[in-house]
Every structure is written in C-alpha cells, then in structure tokens.
Ligand binder design. Sequence first.
Ligand SMILES: Cc1cc2nc3c(=O)[nH]c(=O)nc-3n(C[C@H](O)[C@H](O)[C@H](O)COP(=O)(O)O)c2cc1C
Length: 194
Amino acid sequence: MLDPLNILKNEWENIREGIRTAHHDFHSFVLSTIRNNGPESRTMILRFFNEDDPSIWFHTDKRSEKLLDIKDNKDICTLFYDRSRRIQLRMHGIGSIEEDGRTTKAVWGSMRPESKLCYMGPYAPSEVIAEYKPNIINKSAQEIDESDDLLGYSRFCRVKITINRLDWLHLDHKGHKRIQFDFDEKIKVKWLAS
Ligand SMILES: Cc1cc2nc3c(=O)[nH]c(=O)nc-3n(C[C@H](O)[C@H](O)[C@H](O)COP(=O)(O)O)c2cc1C
C-alpha cells in the first residue's frame, strides 16, 4: 500500500468519486488565486478530471473576479480534504479558460435548468447592490426560454487547472505520511517529512 504510484492512483479514483458524488469530501475544494500580489481563496465545485495530463475543471461566471485574477496570473493552488480518510491534497497548477466552444456548449447543454439559473441574474458577480435582492432570474427553471438560456450561456465558462504538483498528506497517529508528486514528462516522487 505504500507504493506512491498506487497511492496516487487511489487519490485520482477519489477525485473521480468526488465529481460523481455530492457527499464525497472531494466534491468541493478551495481554489486560491493571486490578486494584487496577495492570495484570494474560495470554495468551488469539482466538475471534471483528466488523469493523462492531470487536470481538473470548475465552472464559473466569465465576469467573476477569480477569472480576472487568472487572466492576470495563471498560478493557482487548490486544496482538498477528505475528513473520513484524513487525506489532504494540495495541488499547484496553471489555470486556463476553456476556449473550445463546442465542449463548453455541450457541457452547458447537459446541465440541469436549475443549475443554469445563477448565470441569468440581473447583477454581475461582486457588483455592489444598494439592498439585498436575489441574483437569479425571476422565473422557475421550467419557465426559462431560449433567450434566457442564451444569456446564461454567454456568461458561463469552464476553467481548466493543469496540475504540476500534488502534495499528498495522510494524517496518522503513528506518523503522518507525506509525498510530493511533480508532473513533468515523467512523474517525480519524493517522500517528505511531516
Ligand atoms: C460549497 C460552495 C460551492 C461553490 N461552488 C462554486 C462554483 O462551482 N463556481 C463558482 O463560480 N462559485 C462557487 N461558489 C461561490 C464561490 O466560493 C465564490 O464565493 C464566488 O464564486 C465569488 O468568487 P470570486 O469573487 O473570487 O470570483 C461556491 C461556494 C460554496 C460555499
């Protein structure tokens, strides 16, 4: 079990499970970007994973501040914690906005109408509002028409994070275990003290 490549394989399986299952702790993660030389963190839902060129994807509004951060500085750090297994994954990577319109359109087309509503609100993300008003369209998911759908789609985007480093930590009362994986042409593995 202490073969690092087996450990990595198992974590990738948990990442896949996190996408499939809302109850899995890897369903969401903390995304940190850089803004004006300082860190900014927020919780995101994990949407897609590719093991070959290890990368993860999230969905967001094109107008959001995190996207402006990534346009300025592509360096990203993500943090996952699986409480039941006591496993932390800290991954560094490079963010890029999905330019493949066909994939974006296909993903948008596969989303539930309820999930699309938050892209149809009257305000831009982080806009200052004089008083609280819900930032969703004033219609039910069943009432949205083609023009609402087009508006939502014009704001929707997928962001890919190409992972270049994974710091794996297993909390264990007999001694914590920690491995660093670097994803170059080959995977480089180092055990680290913790
Ligand atoms: C559990 C949880 C999941 C979230 N998932 C997303 C998400 O997938 N995409 C997103 O844009 N915002 C998501 N948010 C909201 C973000 O954390 C953040 O508040 C918002 O996107 C504004 O971030 P920004 O101003 O840095 O762009 C989520 C928040 C929570 C609490």
